[in-house]
Ligand binder design. Structure first.
Ligand SMILES: Nc1ncnc2c1ncn2[C@@H]1O[C@H](COP(=O)(O)OP(=O)(O)OP(=O)(O)O)[C@@H](O)[C@H]1O
Length: 351
């Protein structure tokens, strides 16, 4: 395991005496890419701003490398933190060319090295040849690439990105998010990005943090966030799923209205305990030979797949994702069997 490049302990910060980020701790190793995910207003941007040194902290500490950059006792100015930043709005200098924008943080380098690094960074973001253009002569996606090249050029220890593609349309956003992962890894930069988009976070990040109401509910690999959510909130926020009420029977099973649901359980609950079992769309397998047939209340066609909403009772619905060759209409029944490999359970009425 690499040494922590960013380490936050019990961070608290807010505005006008109001706590916005509460007791947040996380650690990011050198070279890792992480995403902060969470609903609007949960404190993602405030966390990023605190790391950048743009907001004072009211408790806890932030370390970058070997230095404490924020605590109650000290607050290093943003420009001394060795950070790069990319924001949602392009924030390029409109009167400077692409090359001069990228060179902005390289003023201390000799001209030859500076030009070389500008060329290298523009090639990295696939904008070679655009050096003499001005920002207004670029598309929104190209402007964000320039902003990325500018932030990367001085080789920051840590790159902070706040919804860098939010103003772009979905296709371009997904494409840039994919490329961003490659670019960051080629540059070997440690990065923390704020996003609303769970798919973007899963595709890009080594670590994902899910925030809710100022608290970090889980900081983990994308796989664990999806398959081993620590809380109901994380379970519901990070992907489709539904809960099925049941009762623990053995270490490997829960009895529900659909029969025994079995798989490895992570919890240590005793038989007889009432639980809600999380069932992701892939935990239900469409199977013509299955005896269980559930009415389709809604179908979401995506092209390659169909997400079926299946009614179990007046207040219980399950989801099943199939390839789109399995084409059942709303109102008809889909034959399914349970295909759980592991069980994620939450105590009834727990958070
Ligand atoms: N400068 C400010 N002064 C006062 N309150 C603020 C300020 N900036 C943010 N807030 C409040 O702090 C809370 C967290 O805001 P923040 O921008 O960190 O959330 P977020 O998770 O990034 O949201 P979004 O995804 O919508 O950008 C919100 O309730 C917001 O209204």
């Amino acid at each position: 395991m690499n040494k922590a490049l960013l380490s936050i302990e019990n961070l608290a910060c807010g505005y006008h005496q109001q706590a916005v980020v509460k007791d947040l701790s996380l650690s990011l190793a050198a070279g890792e890419i992480a995403c902060l995910l969470g609903p609007s207003g949960c404190g993602k941007t405030t966390t990023l701003r605190a790391i950048a040194g743009l907001e004072p902290v009211s408790g806890g500490s932030i370390r970058i490398g070997d230095h404490t950059v924020s605590s109650l006792q000290q607050q290093l100015p943003p420009e001394q933190r060795g950070l790069g930043m990319v924001f949602q709005e392009h924030a390029l200098f409109p009167h400077l060319t692409v090359a001069d924008n990228v060179a902005f943080g390289l003023r201390k380098l000799p001209a030859g090295q500076r030009d070389e690094r500008v060329r290298e960074c523009l090639a990295r973001v696939r904008l070679a040849g655009m050096e003499t253009r001005y920002p207004h002569e670029l598309s929104g996606g190209q402007q964000q690439r320039v902003a990325l090249a500018r932030a990367l050029a001085p080789r920051p220890a840590l790159l902070l990105l706040d919804e860098p593609f939010a103003s772009l349309d979905l296709d371009l956003r997904r494409q840039l998010a994919r490329e961003l992962g490659d670019i960051l890894r080629e540059e070997n930069v440690t990065a923390l990005m704020v996003t609303h988009d769970q798919e973007e976070a899963f595709a890009l990040a080594d670590k994902v943090g899910v925030m809710n109401n100022g608290e970090l509910e889980q900081w983990d690999t994308p796989y664990n966030i999806y398959h081993a959510p620590a809380t109901r909130f994380v379970a519901e926020f990070a992907g489709y799923g539904a809960f099925l009420r049941g009762e623990v029977t053995t270490a490997h099973s829960v009895l529900t209205s659909l029969g025994e649901v079995s798989g490895r359980r992570q919890d240590t609950l005793t038989p007889g305990t009432a639980v809600d079992v999380l069932l992701r769309p892939e935990d239900l397998v469409a199977d013509e030979t299955a005896t269980l047939a559930l009415p389709v209340t809604r179908r979401q066609f995506t092209g390659a797949t169909i997400l079926y909403h299946l009614r179990i009772s007046a207040n219980e619905t399950l989801l099943c994702q199939t390839d789109s060759h399995i084409n059942v209409l709303e109102g008809d029944a889909l034959h399914v069997r349970l295909g759980t490999k592991h069980l994620v359970t939450f105590l009834v009425n727990s958070e």
